[in-house]
Design a protein around this ligand. Structure first.
Ligand SMILES: [Zn+2]
Ligand SMILES: [Zn+2]
Length: 144
């Protein structure tokens, strides 16, 4: 992916070669020519400029592609399932020393994730409701 090949500014072909013209002075001694369309670029500076510009653009593209790939992977590793998400939220509450029922700010009992039986039941009800909601969503998206 990171291999850079200069391509013709005219036809985009990579069949571009570099040659020297013995008739011009050494500091202008570079010519880019395209086999395909006959496009040519004269002069050392112009040639080096064109190559550098295209190389930079290529590097930027490579970096962007890599960033996009990384972002895609990051999204792919995020839980999409609400139940997984719910467990993650509960885990983080546990780490903060909070009752695992979302929305309760009391500390949990030492032998439980919850501060009380009430919160445990509330959480169970919440999960049941979400499960039903999701079942409805799934069937309606299937119908659509
Ligand atoms: Zn060309
Ligand atoms: Zn609670």
């Amino acid at each position: 992916m990171n291999d850079f090949r200069f391509s013709c500014l005219h036809c985009n072909s990579t069949s571009v070669y570099m040659e020297s013209d013995p008739r011009v002075s050494w500091e202008k001694d570079k010519i880019l020519r395209c086999y395909i369309c006959g496009w040519s670029l004269y002069g050392k500076d112009a040639v080096e400029d064109a190559i550098k510009k295209q190389y930079d653009a290529h590097q930027k593209l490579v970096a962007e592609e890599a960033a996009k790939e990384a972002a895609k992977k990051a999204v792919a590793t995020l839980p999409t399932d609400w139940e997984e998400l719910h467990i993650m939220k509960q885990e983080s509450r546990k780490r903060q020393g909070l009752c695992a029922h979302l929305g309760c700010d009391k500390p949990p009992k030492s032998n439980s994730m919850y501060c009380s039986r009430k919160c445990c039941v509330k959480n169970a009800h919440y999960k049941e409701r979400k499960r039903k909601e999701n079942a409805v969503l799934r069937t309606s998206s299937k119908a659509a």
